[in-house]
Design a protein. Structure first.
Length: 295
């Protein structure tokens, strides 16, 4: 097995960003995807690489992509049946590989349910935030049969790339970041649909307060720093302000609430993200990422 070779299965937004990240760190990257424009996408990624980075190459099948790879980054559709079939195909071609799924919510125990113990021990979730080339977080989630050695090896690998892996002690739906994000998103959609503020102002409130603070200290440490007496005293301090804020019902992401919110978001930001907005995002994420390295 070549410890310098990585396979990337699925070349959407996440897969492409991971492939560029790995190539920029000198790894030999093989990718595969059934999409018709895969050759053009790989060429575009290679054009962004520096002269010292090895070119990303295309494999015509999963078996060809994973042959000899020490790590397989799986980025397929967020469907349990698909991922079960895919990891079976990966391990059939390379039983010694470590398989890191980019799933954002599925449980690794469920993905591995049809695998023998030895293969299940080498499967885990490695969930990034988009784009993974720029955002540091990688959530590492073990299944019931994932070996500690696999978790430790993958964690060390991502740390070597300058990422910030966090290890969950056990699996839970949505992991950490998406569970936190869901609460924020539900509240944002509620405020938007209630006409409390525009989409632009709701986003501005987050970007210019909690977004900045939480990039330096998270919500728990921030409360621990708020008063000289620590976390418990701060909870007591904020109780009068927080206790009168009612809980809101969960948002139906496919119902009328979602459609109403989408119309208001489109008014401020467009129906889809423009290439200019994405370029602006990535430019500033690069700056933020560099600043965060000094924390």
């Amino acid at each position: 097995m070549d410890t310098n070779t990585i396979a990337v299965i699925g070349y959407g937004t996440i897969g492409e960003s991971f492939a560029q990240l790995y190539a920029e760190h000198g790894y030999s990257v093989k990718v595969t995807d059934i999409r018709d424009d895969i050759d053009e996408l790989i060429a575009a990624t290679n054009a962004r690489l520096g002269e010292d980075s090895p070119a990303i190459t295309k494999a015509d099948s999963v078996a060809e992509a994973v042959e000899g790879a020490f790590l397989v980054q799986e980025n397929g559709p967020e469907r349990l049946d698909f991922k079960q079939q895919m990891v079976g195909e990966i391990f059939a071609a390379n039983p010694e590989a470590l398989v890191a799924s980019s799933s954002s919510a599925l449980l690794p125990t469920d993905i591995a349910q049809d695998l023998p113990d030895e293969q299940a021990s080498r499967l885990l979730i490695a969930h990034p935030f988009n784009p993974p080339r720029l955002l540091p977080l990688i959530e590492l989630v073990p299944g019931e049969r994932t070996a500690k050695e696999s978790m430790d090896t993958v964690r060390a690998f991502y740390e070597k790339l300058g990422k910030v892996p966090v290890t969950l002690n056990r699996e839970i739906e949505g992991y950490i970041a998406n569970r936190l994000q869901k609460r924020v998103l539900d509240e944002a959609v509620y405020l938007l649909n209630e006409g409390i503020a525009s989409a632009a102002d709701i986003d501005a409130a987050m970007k210019n307060s909690l977004g900045i603070r939480w990039s330096v200290v998270g919500p728990l440490e921030a409360l621990n720093q708020t008063t000289p007496r620590g976390f418990a005293a701060t909870l007591e301090f904020v109780k009068p302000s927080f206790q009168d804020i009612p809980d809101i019902p969960a948002i139906d992401y496919t119902g009328e609430e979602a459609k109403a919110a989408a119309a208001k978001v489109a008014k401020d930001f467009g129906e889809t993200a423009s290439p200019e907005s994405l370029a602006h995002r990535d430019e500033y994420l690069e700056r933020v990422a560099k600043a965060l390295e000094e924390r």
